[in-house]
Design a binder for this molecule. Structure first.
Ligand code: HEM
Length: 508
């Protein structure tokens, strides 16, 4: 009965069916093994583009199915607008998110829906206000720890040895994030022995290792939708336990802190206390589980994404010497060559070419290549139906939708014939046409659940780039391998970012 009612409603609303990606293999499992294979080969984001092409020329929305579930995949900016803005009330994050993530991260802002989400968002959003994130002292401290690593010291000829920047940036963002969240950095940069950087398995009491290994399990579970509970292992339980143990210690430590007022403690220490999120949250809730979950969810949302973005920035700069030189001369002009000189938050925010470089990296590499939503009631998306995709499509309650960001950011009809090229200058022309505010570019999501850490991530990335380019005047890639997307919810360079850097003469 409901199928018939929906068909009538769809007709009434002028909807037509979208094209379908043919099922493959027993129960449609062929498509799941296809995407797993693509993931192992480092091309999950491109796999989505291939599927649009497989379904048909100029197809931007299609229906796919596996096991007993169906979903819609779209790279149409107008559909994204409907999901995040016009019809936003009819879409939510899918319940799978909570189902899958909660054993590791509990329930918090990233996984909650409805009132529970509102509560988390209201609690956390003010903590990302400008005053908090414009304090760049924490950033400076940790960037200097990075730049002081022996791996980054240059030889007599001024060149560093070949170094993989990717794990170094992930360590950096872990240190900054733990300091911002817990007031105490894990100091992975100074505590990880040089020979085991990037090989966290060699140090398996390591918090980052357990978090990362736990997330790999979540990725596999995610592929199986609501059947994910059948994917289980004691290793996964161990990873969850270790991650929780680490955070619980910090939470207990904060909750047991004698309750002195901020003013008293400021007077006592005669210097202003540094902001940290756990400390602020503990003023609103004393529930240890809530404190664990919310901080862990922020750590998860912010650390890998920003670390991966930094890696990609250097990956593309190393392959585009013109962009590197142009950026370096602008940085020296704006911020000087003093490697410890002050970098003001406002100046950093206004440095246009630096922003364009970062935007372009987010476009070509898409740190979050796919986003998702779920229809909370019967609704429509404006495009994708009928032979030319120009009719609306009917979305029944419960249907899951994947918004294929990477594929949307690589549409030649939107971005032009040079869509595959790394070209920061394209953002100059896009100004005034909606530019990065357009629906074809949503690196930080959109609508009411838009990323709350966007400015935090952009500030951190810009800061690190400025300090590196003040010190190094040349950057060369030492590998010529094809791009390899290592995708576990966010997307990093799976072959690392192997470069050599040349140290500029002091003052140059
Ligand atoms: C390059 C860096 C980053 C990228 C590309 C990124 C991307 C995103 C995207 C696409 C979403 C939306 C997910 C959705 O629509 O369901 C999101 C949400 C979120 N991000 Fe980020 N993010 C980054 C950094 C950060 C940082 C640094 C933090 C915090 C320190 C953070 C915290 C969050 C949180 C808490 C949410 C959930 C918001 C909500 O559901 O209300 N992110 N991020």
């Amino acid at each position: 009965i409901s199928r018939r009612r929906r068909a009538t409603e769809a007709k009434h609303r002028g909807c037509e069916d979208p094209p379908t990606l043919p099922r493959k293999g027993f129960l449609g499992l062929g498509r799941l093994s296809e995407v797993s294979k693509a993931n192992k080969e480092g091309r999950t984001p491109q796999w989505f583009i291939e599927k649009f092409e497989e379904v048909g020329q100029d197809v931007h929305t299609f229906r796919a199915s596996a096991l007993d579930y169906e979903l819609i995949v779209t790279r149409d900016p107008e559909n994204a607008r409907a999901i995040f803005q016009t019809n936003a009330r009819e879409f939510e994050i899918s319940p799978h998110r909570k189902d899958i993530w909660s054993p590791l991260l509990g329930d918090g802002i990233f996984t909650a829906q409805g009132e529970a989400w509102k509560h988390s968002r209201q609690l956390l959003r003010p903590q990302f206000a400008r005053e908090q994130i414009s304090d760049l002292d924490v950033e400076e401290e940790h960037v200097q720890s990075l730049l002081n690593l022996s791996l980054l010291r240059s030889d007599k000829d001024g060149w560093t040895r070949a170094v993989d920047l990717a794990p170094l940036f992930l360590n950096l963002t872990m240190d900054v994030a733990t300091e911002f969240l817990y007031g105490r950095s894990v100091n992975s940069q100074t505590q990880t022995p040089v020979e085991s950087i990037g090989d966290s398995k060699r140090n398996d009491t390591n918090f980052s290792y357990h978090l990362e290994a736990g997330k790999s399990w979540l990725y596999t579970k995610g592929l199986f939708g609501r059947w994910n509970r059948f994917i289980h292992s004691t290793k996964f339980t161990d990873h969850c336990r270790e991650v929780h143990r680490f955070v619980d210690e910090l939470v207990t430590c904060r909750l047991n802190k004698p309750s002195v007022s901020k003013l008293e403690s400021e007077i006592e220490s005669s210097k202003p206390q540094r902001f940290f999120l756990l400390d602020e949250l503990a003023k609103y809730t004393q529930n240890p589980l809530e404190l664990r979950n919310e901080t862990l969810q922020i750590l998860n949302a912010g650390r890998d994404t920003t670390g991966s973005l930094l890696g990609w920035v250097f990956y593309y700069l190393a392959r585009n010497p013109h962009a590197f030189s142009k950026l370096r001369s602008i940085i020296l002009e704006e911020f000087g060559s003093n490697r410890t000189g002050e970098i003001s938050f406002q100046k950093l925010k206004n440095c246009e070419y630096l922003n364009h470089v970062i935007q372009e990296v987010l476009r070509v590499a898409a740190v979050v290549p796919v986003n998702e939503r779920f229809a909370t009631s019967d609704t429509v998306l404006p495009y994708g139906g009928g032979p030319d995709g120009s009719s609306p499509i009917f979305i029944p309650k419960g249907m899951r939708i994947l918004i294929a960001n990477y594929a949307m950011q690589h549409r030649e009809d939107i971005w032009g014939a040079d869509v595959q090229d790394f070209k920061p200058e394209r953002w100059e022309k896009r100004r005034g046409e909606g530019g990065h505010q357009g629906w074809e570019f949503l690196p930080f999501g959109a609508g009411r659940r838009k990323c709350i850490g966007q400015q935090f991530a952009l500030t951190e990335t810009s800061y690190v780039v400025i300090r590196f380019l003040q010190r190094f005047d040349r950057l060369e890639s030492v590998d010529s391998e094809e791009v390899f997307f290592q995708y576990i919810f966010s997307n990093r360079s799976g072959k690392g970012v192997r470069v050599k850097m040349h140290e500029a003469a002091v003052g140059a």
